[in-house]
Design a protein around this ligand. Sequence first.
Ligand code: FES
Length: 271
Amino acid sequence: MTLPEGTPETNGAVSAPDEVVWEPMVREGSSLSPTFDDLTRQRTKEIIARYPQSRSALLPLLHLVQSVEGHVSQDGIRYCAEALELTTAEVSAVATFYTMYKRTPCGEHLVSVCTNTLCAALGGDDIYARLQAKLGTDGRPLGHEETSGEPGTPGSITLEHAECLAACDLAPVIQVNYEYFDNQTVESAEELVDALQRGEKPHPTRGAALTDFKTAELELAGIFPDLDRSVEGPSVSVQTLRGAQLAMDNGWVAPPMPDEPPALPDLPEKK
Ligand code: FES
């Protein structure tokens, strides 16, 4: 693969250089994913340049592929392999290991319902079941990572159940394109999905304004066309900071670190 020369991307407009050599991976008559264009190639180069070893760029590169395709297709696997001089088997092994890489096309929005223990006990299971029924068709509930509507079109929604989303103090939680909607109920979750289907973008409980799945994937790749928008909004909650606030109010502090680290306990004898 020939990648364009360039410096790491700024937040301004990016223009593709003249000397890009591009052999389209989508062959005539094939139904493979859309071609990765010059801008994507430029971004690929910029991402790779951030790492001492090019293979370390695989995770962000897979997110970049998802920002173009809405999932990681076989064509996307080949694209990453070629750019990083890996085998397609190596790229596939990574893409199929992490749940954030989707192997089928996603909707405009990805709705993740936490059904891990605490959220489940506080209503996450009920929320997921209600959304499955609501987004399903002909009495069949929508399955995990299935999409309601034509993937990629406005109002289309991919639903998934997720493991702990690291917001247990605000359970039950839902993420839309990885932005948090805290303290949900079955009713509020239904309203949220209704709004997304109408083309609205309700503001998350905390964090930046909602965009769409592909834009979120671009940001996960480390590319921020609109950095101010991407970081606006509070990222913490009162609940999360309550312990720290209580300690501050009462003057509680952690004991100082010892000058010497404490001795490690003896290892048990091998049997
Ligand atoms: S169990 Fe749902 S956020 Fe931790």
